[in-house]
Design a protein around this ligand. Structure first.
Ligand code: GLN
Length: 251
């Protein structure tokens, strides 16, 4: 159980620290919306979210309960390289300790072993996920439906990178519609412990509340050392949006 900061809202069930890594360099196609979604859902469940933005040049906060990262152009990934290398040890330690993390697209690739760009530049990853990505001329773009442990999950992909999973690396989901990791093996994303990687933008979480709450449950139970106590949240609109995309793409 990690340290619980004192103070906070008197009627709060507890304070949960969300860290958004590189919000300037790595947040495209609405990925910042994942942080906002989790902060809102934590409030709706009666917890108090504290959102911290990690920018290059700082030490990564060791008291993070939930870490989020978004997508970015190859140039953005190159710009965060030095800071990622500097904070790799801290991120690996948090991951090994069970911190819930969601890395989207460009940050998913950099949580892997490496991303080799279409120009042949090798951007080393921090190796939390056993995946390796090669950039291609033909981008993989479009809406996606996955089959996951959280039911159907929908989103939008736009990446040049084709990702291969190492042997034994668990995917996040199976592709029902879309390209996923590489357009061939029907896998999408990767999961190691409580670290999730996915190509799905949108943002991903608002239309997939059961997965959002799964991340919240992991963060709350690790932060507070007690079971997650959900509040009553009306997800009617989110469920309609997801069902509509599923119907549109796979009938
Ligand atoms: N630059 C990476 C690629 O093209 C990631 C793109 C993204 O984050 N959407 O594959």
């Amino acid at each position: 159980m990690s340290s619980q900061p004192t103070g906070g809202q008197p009627d709060s069930k507890g304070r949960i620290k969300i860290v958004h890594i590189y919000p300037r360099e790595m947040s495209i196609y609405g990925d910042l919306g994942n942080t906002r979604c989790l902060a809102s859902r934590l409030r709706w469940h009666g917890y108090e979210p504290v959102v911290h933005q990690h920018h290059p040049g700082n030490d990564f906060p060791a008291d993070a309960h939930l870490v989020l990262g978004g997508g970015g152009q190859d140039s953005g990934q190159a710009r965060v390289q030095d800071d990622l290398a500097h904070n790799a040890g801290a991120l690996r330690a948090l991951a090994a300790d069970g911190t819930a993390m969601l890395m989207i697209c460009g940050m998913y690739q950099l949580f892997g072993n490496a991303f080799i760009t279409i120009e042949g530049e090798r951007l080393p990853g921090i190796g939390v996920l056993d995946v390796t990505t090669q950039g291609n001329a033909k981008r993989m773009i479009g809406p996606v439906v996955l089959d996951t442990a959280y039911g159907d999950v929908v989103g939008y992909e736009n990446h040049s990178g084709s990702t291969e999973l190492g042997s034994g690396q668990q995917p996040f989901g199976r592709v029902k519609s879309g390209m996923g990791n590489n357009g061939t093996d029907k896998t999408e994303g990767a999961v190691t412990g409580n670290v999730f990687g996915s190509y799905l933008h949108g943002p991903l979480l608002p239309a997939n509340p059961s997965f959002a709450d799964a991340l919240i449950r992991l963060a709350v139970e690790r932060a507070l050392g007690e079971p997650f106590v959900p509040g009553h949240v009306d997800d009617e609109i989110a469920d309609q949006a997801r069902t509509r995309q599923v119907r549109r793409l796979i009938g």
